[in-house]
Design a protein around this ligand. Structure first.
Ligand code: SF4
Ligand code: SF4
Ligand SMILES: [Zn+2]
Length: 264
């Protein structure tokens, strides 16, 4: 593994010597198998805004919520309380507002000081003069396989790393440089053949290949090398998401191995 970029919300890295199935397993686990927090159930006591209760519920469900220590929470079905609801699997949430104002995600109040919204400026509703919102609900931990509101990985994808070869037949016409939409190719100081800047940015569109009249450029995907790009919804860091996904793939592989050895 070779890290290209790591920020709170994004990880880009190269995986070498793996199959497409393995790269896809990591991607899928990032999308749906790593638990995150989301507002689950709400009780609406007052809603005189222009939004229907269902629209309000949907918006609240999609607000990304993070915790200082996510490890303190369990998925309800896996909690010691058996899913009945306790501080280990449930956090209370309230929202109370009166117009005129715009209600934002930062106006949500949580029963645990370590739980907060990932982004404070998500608009929930615009309240006119005298319009009110009053509701309470619960935040729970769960997986994207149960509902997309618990899907911590948003844009998760992979592609083969390409090998870009420029042969001796190149006459330096620059056409491939001009056509490349990602600026992967540049001409060197003294002219000559184009240089490859960053092959991880190449989308393997092969526009450069089509433009080269002398057939001097080749873009060949390397079959067992993948560029992974993982974005999160802010409820969990990209590092924790990828680590969680790898642990989940490992756990499943161990479980399968155990079951297979039991058959032998
Ligand atoms: S289009 Fe072909 S000939 Fe022209 S610079 Fe690119 S590789 Fe060389
Ligand atoms: S395949 Fe597409 S992105 Fe890659 S170098 Fe060629 S034109 Fe650029
Ligand atoms: Zn519990």
């Amino acid at each position: 593994m070779e890290l290209i970029e790591l920020s709170e919300g994004r990880a880009r890295f190269i995986l070498r010597g793996v199959s497409p199935a393995f790269a896809n397993a990591i991607r899928r686990a990032c999308m749906a198998e790593v638990p995150s927090l989301a507002i689950d159930e709400i009780s609406i006591y007052d809603n005189t805004s222009v939004l229907f209760d269902e629209q309000l519920s949907l918006r609240l469900g999609l607000v990304s919520i993070k915790a200082d220590d996510l490890g303190l929470f369990s998925v309800p079905e896996e909690c010691d309380c058996g899913g009945a609801g306790c501080p280990g699997c449930q956090v209370g949430m309230t929202l109370s507002a009166e117009g005129p104002c715009t209600v934002h995600s930062k106006d949500l109040r949580f029963g645990d000081a370590g739980v907060k919204v990932a982004f404070e400026k998500i608009p929930i509703a615009i309240l006119g003069e005298g319009e009110k919102l009053m509701l309470e609900g619960t935040v729970t931990l769960n997986r994207g396989t149960v509902h997309t509101k618990w899907q911590a990985g948003t844009q998760c994808g992979y592609k083969n790393l390409p090998e870009i070869q420029i042969g001796e037949g190149c006459d330096g016409c620059e056409k491939c440089v001009e056509v490349c939409p990602r600026d992967v190719l540049v001409m060197g100081e003294g002219g000559g053949k184009p240089l490859v800047t960053d092959p991880t940015s190449c989308s393997i569109c092969k526009l450069c290949v089509g433009e080269c009249e002398v057939g001097a450029i080749k873009v060949v995907p390397i079959e067992d090398v993948f560029v992974m790009k993982i974005d999160t919804d802010g409820s969990i860091s990209a590092k924790d998401l990828v680590e969680g996904a790898a642990a989940e793939v490992k756990r499943r592989a161990s479980s399968l191995s155990q079951q297979l050895s039991g058959l032998a």
